[in-house]
Design a protein. Structure first.
Length: 451
């Protein structure tokens, strides 16, 4: 396709004619709010993901991998028409068949859809987890992006407070394993549908009494989703919200017992929490337990993890009634928290940089590199490629962060030798038979040789 440029000429797409008449290629940038995660930062992500995966597996949960695209209807029905997500945040488009599809804004809906579709729920207990990117068309700011990443956990088929406690224990274990200290757990109970209906009436009565002080969002939600008003982030609404009727005063007996038992389980495990009577998830199928982990170290975007019980959802989507509880946490906010708390990350730079010279040196060296990687467990070895003088190779070695350089030139290759040169500290370089290098390296680096 050809474009007419601003001077009326034809230019290929992506090209503009500059003033001096030369073609300049316009560079293309990423979509706003969708971040590249550069190699400098991926060690933090890997640390986060590896640690969380270990914790999740220690609890016996199994991973489920789900499509990024689902039918729009799924999200409308499961998240609800009158929520921020469905009203204004979804990336929705028609595909070539005219079907309305949406990039997933969260993981629960797809997880429930897949579990129903593949018969994982009927008369069964399931403990599942997923991870990956989610998409919401929000105003990008610190801690809020248009593509962001979540890890989520969903447990199906268990109705007691023990499983609520288990998923909360798992989140507490995440912070412990990651070395994070500053997160606070808030819990609440939303009660049964009947209790919420009674509360909703009281809340709407109260809010109608102060109609003039409601912001536009809240006024719009008054009829459709009044509980969500309690979740407003508008500072001007906070006094009004603080004086509103409290959900705990409307709690039914069954939910009260459930909540009390959950609190006992948390107490017994020494997991600290505060009860926040204004904590809600403004969707009909959420009931009983809700919880959030919050921190004051990330400014306005302080919720790092949110979860709760959603016993109504499976039935709402056409399945048999199935108790369910789960949570999702935002990885970008956790990365920011790791940084804010100054958590030490494991070193991921190479241990060894292999300096090579001469035709025989390069040939032998490339093979030798493979032998060492096989022989020393967990060894990270970077081989010099692209030639270069000793001086420039050592400069690269230094820049790579490696602790040790190995050198093989034509002479070493011929004599079956290798030179080991520590790059940090004062130790002298030594030359030894290649056959002994694996043991020597393992000892220097505190690694094990494979049996
Ligand atoms: P918020 O109140 O901050 O908008 P939410 O209630 O929309 O959050 P959930 O749908 O419960 O968030 O998602 C769970 C977690 O995912 C949040 O606690 C947060 O850590 C993360 N998260 C949600 N939206 C974003 C976003 N746009 N960018 C980055 N992280 C996000
Ligand atoms: Mg949101």
């Amino acid at each position: 396709m050809q474009h007419v440029d601003d001077r009326g000429g034809l230019s290929p797409p992506g090209k503009q004619t500059s003033r001096d008449g030369k073609l300049a290629i316009r560079s293309i940038q990423a979509v706003r709010g969708m971040n590249d995660i550069l190699p400098e930062l991926t060690p933090s992500w890997q640390y986060l993901e590896d640690t969380m995966r270990r914790v999740i597996q220690a609890f016996g949960y199994r991973e489920i991998r789900l499509p990024l695209l689902e039918k729009t209807e799924l999200f409308k029905r499961s998240i609800g028409e009158v929520t921020d997500i469905v009203e204004k945040e979804m990336y929705t488009f028609e595909d070539r068949n005219g079907d309305s599809l949406t990039l997933r804004p969260e993981g629960t809906a797809g997880c429930v859809r897949a579990s129903m579709e593949h018969g994982l729920l009927h008369n069964q207990i399931q403990r599942l987890w997923y991870a990956g990117p989610m998409f919401r068309h929000e105003r990008p700011q610190k801690g809020r992006y248009r593509q962001f990443h979540q890890i989520g956990v969903e447990a199906f088929g268990m109705e007691g407070p023990d499983i609520d406690a288990e998923v909360i224990f798992m989140t507490a274990q995440f912070w412990k394993a990651l070395g994070l200290k500053g997160a606070e757990l808030q819990i609440n109970s939303l009660g049964t549908t009947a209790a919420r209906t009674a509360y909703r009436e009281a809340l709407v009565d109260y809010l109608r009494g102060c109609l003039g002080d409601l912001d536009e969002d809240s006024r719009r939600r008054l009829d459709s989703n009044p509980l969500r008003i309690l979740d407003s982030k508008n500072p001007q609404m906070q006094t009004l919200i603080a004086a509103a009727p409290r959900l705990p005063d409307y709690l039914d007996e069954e939910s009260r017992v459930h909540f009390d038992e959950l609190r006992c389980l948390l107490d017994a495990a020494g997991v600290d929490y505060t009860v926040n009577p204004r904590l809600v998830r403004g969707l009909d199928y959420y009931g009983k337990t809700v919880f959030e982990w919050v921190t004051d170290r990330l400014g306005a975007q302080g919720t790092i993890c949110a979860g709760g019980r959603y016993d109504g959802l499976v039935e709402y989507l056409g399945g048999r009634p199935t108790p369910a509880v789960g949570f999702a946490l935002g990885l970008e906010r956790l990365i920011a928290l790791l940084e804010a708390e100054g958590v030490d990350l494991p070193d991921s730079s190479p241990h060894v940089y292999l300096v090579l010279s001469g035709e025989h040196g390069v040939r032998r060296g490339m093979v030798f590199a493979g032998e060492l990687r096989d022989a020393v467990e967990g060894l990270r070895l970077l081989t010099n490629c692209g030639g270069g003088s000793f001086k420039s190779q050592f400069r690269r070695a230094d820049k790579s962060g490696a602790a040790i350089a190995l050198v093989i030139g034509d002479d070493e290759a011929e004599q079956g030798q290798v030179t080991i040169k520590p790059l940090r500290g004062e130790s002298a370089q030594t030359t030894l038979p290649q056959a002994e290098a694996a043991d020597a390296l393992a000892q220097l680096l505190g690694l094990e040789t494979s049996a």
